[in-house]
Design a protein around this ligand. Sequence first.
Ligand code: FMN
Ligand code: SF4
Ligand code: SF4
Length: 405
Amino acid sequence: MYQEPEVDLSVEYCGLRFENPFVLSSAPPTDSYEMVQAAFQQGWAGAIMKTTSVESYQVDITYPIMTSMDWEEKKAIALGNIDNISEYHMDVMEEAVRKLKDEFHGKIVGLSLWGTTNKNHWEELTKRSVGIGADLVEISMSCPTDSPFAKTSLMAGQIPDDVKRILGWVKKHSGEMPVIAKLTSQVTDITEIVEAVQEAGGDGVCASDTVHGLLGIDLDTFIPHPNINGKSTFCGVSGPVVKPITLRTLATIARASGIPLAASGGATTWEDAVEFMLVGASTVQFCTAVMHYGFDIVEDLKEGLAYFLEEKGLASASDLIGKALPNILPHGELLIKKDVVASIDESTCTKCGMCYYACRDGGHQAYDLGEDGLPQADPEKCYGCGLCVEICPVECISLVPRPRS
Ligand SMILES: Cc1cc2nc3c(=O)[nH]c(=O)nc-3n(C[C@H](O)[C@H](O)[C@H](O)COP(=O)(O)O)c2cc1C
Ligand code: SF4
Ligand code: SF4
């Protein structure tokens, strides 16, 4: 156990107090009472149970549901799933929420609901969620499960009318319980979708889930992954690769509306969580990182965040929310040209030559390799594009003000 710095990790989201910003997203780690119980004992502040449906709804899942993409030495920088909603129906989830609420006072337990095109299903699920005292409900509109209303392969969260229709049914019976729309980034204009959420009375947004993709194809058989009896389908891509998309989506929503935001998509470390908070998220949900490394990561998340706040002289985690937003402008407003050139710290350069090749074939041919193998950037040729800075394996290149001649 670490000696906790004197900072307040708690945050508020949709009127609910979370003891820290770290929440389990609706997914396999929240598919049973036992799993969430174990997670809460480790220190997670809240959990959204895996998406559930009424007992009469048949859930079909085709196994295996997982595939992944590795990059060089790193396993699973992207996870792909063709999972569906939980095989456990509302009765099982109700029991789980009841037990968790009894056992863990102060933890936040939400339900994630799925009612297809059936108004009665949505209404029943909402009433039952209120009945058992769920802290919130999330409406899964971003799952690569097709929108129940669309003829083409669309998600509910891609169609403003569907968003309004479903949220309208839910809001009619939700009373004081916050209703969160879980949205996808895969829309032309996310602000239009958020407007639909607000028009329907949605209390908050969770953004932006997985990204619909195809993670790879077997070059021997030409069958994409995962291989289900010789065929495959598009999957939901999660994990580190989707973090930039989540950051952009959150920032866009936060700049356009004051709606409370939860982040989901690509968080692995406390640093990722801080970045999501800096662009407006109050809470940060984790799924793939937990599926990869286990519930225990929450110790590192809490410790890392606490020491970071202390180091920054901030008293509370909520002080981080939205702090990077004023620093994001439309490209055209970045008026000030920064006149810089590359400069190498020769004492740590390993003479690997990567900067030379990057600049030669992707930059501005500014480097010469000396006889000793040490690259030298010609300030006359260097545009200060920053490519070599980004690819240097030992991070010994920086951009410095262009020398005045
Ligand atoms: C195997 C798997 C199953 C999932 N099932 C659900 C689900 O039932 N409901 C839901 O809203 N999101 C579901 N998700 C999406 C996650 O909750 C999360 O939004 C997404 O994985 C992005 O976050 P991450 O990068 O932290 O994993 C699932 C994700 C995975 C990997
Ligand atoms: S990439 Fe970095 S380490 Fe490699 S030669 Fe260039 S400056 Fe040196
Ligand atoms: S900053 Fe760009 S142009 Fe300058 S040396 Fe590096 S890669 Fe070349």
